[in-house]
Design a protein around this ligand. Structure first.
Ligand code: ZN
Length: 408
């Protein structure tokens, strides 16, 4: 059956059932799941990292000792270990390691310059300013990245739906929140949310976007995915879109997402497929994923002059092994259809290819082929309801050891 979506004939089967329910064809693409203003999205006085107010229930912790730093909006102190932290615009820098892409010092320089312009220009202006301050990004990649950022709210509904009913109305973490697209799209519903990113410069842009959307109460924090500055079991859901391929340690990232999830909570990841038949999405070069890893960076530099050193995309088999050896013990790995929010940005040829791809996903054989060669993966992992069981430890022993020893 063909149904008109944004004026395009898209077969109902081309859109996954889950996506279809949430992303109504009547209002596709544009800000989804936003609600009328509530007391939650009234401008607040800026988030407190401790998360002590009712409006801001997500607790941010010192990565050194687990206590909540106090202070802001530019300096904080940890009452637990006495460590001092700095930040900008209420965004505390709790990083424990350098980003492989840009040093933290360079990131701070970039962030300060954005902060200088923060009150002077709007979100779109600040986004342009971001790229003006990033001379290493060629014009065609900049255009792609801006399109990707502006179309992101259209993907938010599918990401939220992937968390499933288990997430209920509990807190959600946007891991690697970047410019805050997901938070901006979903934050209006009033549910507690938080965003974390390794790039302070991106968080300044996100802060601007959220403030403009009356979402000043959503806390943003600068931190490493491998060492999240949040308490154990703080979230009902974690989304990590286009993040896992950028982190330094993918196993540690999965383990940290598991740690901050409640039992029954879900992690959703979106990531490009290493073996996609389409060009590598970060650098727009064909066939990178088919090379041995040690050749990739030199090849990308030769073909496009761009840096690929900090990117590690995974194929289906690599995903399976990553999840199987981590605390989730596995997960659902699917090749999703391309959402209509994305299709409208494509040229006619690319759009036809995308529609054909969505058609392929209607069959079981097509879905298997798409897992091998499709452009991207959606991955869902659920934290088991049982207490976590460290490898090599027998659970009953560990549980008993937590209780005080019986007298005499
Ligand atoms: Zn501390």
């Amino acid at each position: 059956m063909a149904i008109p979506v944004l004026g395009l004939p898209i077969r109902a089967s081309a859109i996954s059932r889950r996506q279809f329910i949430v992303q109504s064809p009547a209002s596709p693409g544009i800000r989804v799941l936003t609600a009328a203003p509530t007391r939650h999205n009234l401008p607040a006085r800026g988030p407190t990292p401790g998360g002590t107010s009712e409006r801001d229930p997500v607790k941010i912790i010192c990565p050194g000792c687990g206590a909540s730093p106090v202070g802001g909006p530019r300096t904080w102190e940890c009452p637990g270990c006495g460590a001092g932290y700095k930040g900008l615009r209420g965004i505390v820098d709790l990083r424990t390691a350098e980003d492989g892409f840009l040093s933290n010092r360079e990131d701070w320089d970039h962030a300060r310059r954005l902060d200088d312009d923060f009150d002077r220009i709007d979100f779109r202006g600040l986004l342009d300013r971001y790229f003006d301050l990033s001379p290493g990004i060629p014009a065609h990649l900049r255009r792609r990245q801006v399109d990707h950022i502006l179309s992101a709210p259209g993907r938010a509904a599918a990401w939220l739906a992937a968390l499933g009913p288990a997430a209920g109305s509990g807190p959600i973490l946007d891991l690697g929140c970047g410019s805050g697209s997901f938070l901006a799209a979903v934050g209006g519903s009033g549910r507690p949310m938080a965003g974390v990113d390794i790039a302070l410069r991106w968080l300044i842009v996100a802060r601007k976007r959220l403030d403009e959307e009356n979402l000043a109460h959503i806390p943003l924090v600068c931190g490493n995915a491998e060492r999240l500055p949040f308490a154990d079991r703080a979230f009902a859901g974690v989304v990590a879109g286009d993040v896992i391929e950028h982190v330094g340690d993918q196993d540690a990232t999965i383990a940290e997402a598991h740690r901050v999830l409640r039992p029954g909570g879900r992690l959703f990841l979106a990531a490009p497929n290493r073996y996609s038949l389409a060009p590598e999405p970060h650098v727009q070069v064909w066939g990178v994923g088919y090379l041995p890893r040690r050749w990739m960076s030199a090849y990308v530099r030769f073909r496009s002059g761009t840096d690929f050193r900090s990117i590690r995309t995974l194929g289906y088999g690599e995903w399976k092994r990553l999840l199987a050896r981590g605390p989730f013990g596995g997960g659902r790995i699917e090749a999703p259809g391309l959402p209509d929010a994305e299709l409208v940005q494509f040229g006619p040829i690319k759009r036809r290819l995308a529609l054909a791809y969505n058609g392929v996903l209607a069959s079981r054989a097509g879905r298997i082929a798409a897992r091998a060669f499709g452009p991207m993966f959606h991955v869902v992992c659920t934290r088991s309801e049982d207490p976590p069981r460290p490898r090599g430890t027998i659970r009953p022993t560990r549980r008993r050891s937590r209780r005080p020893a019986a007298p005499g």
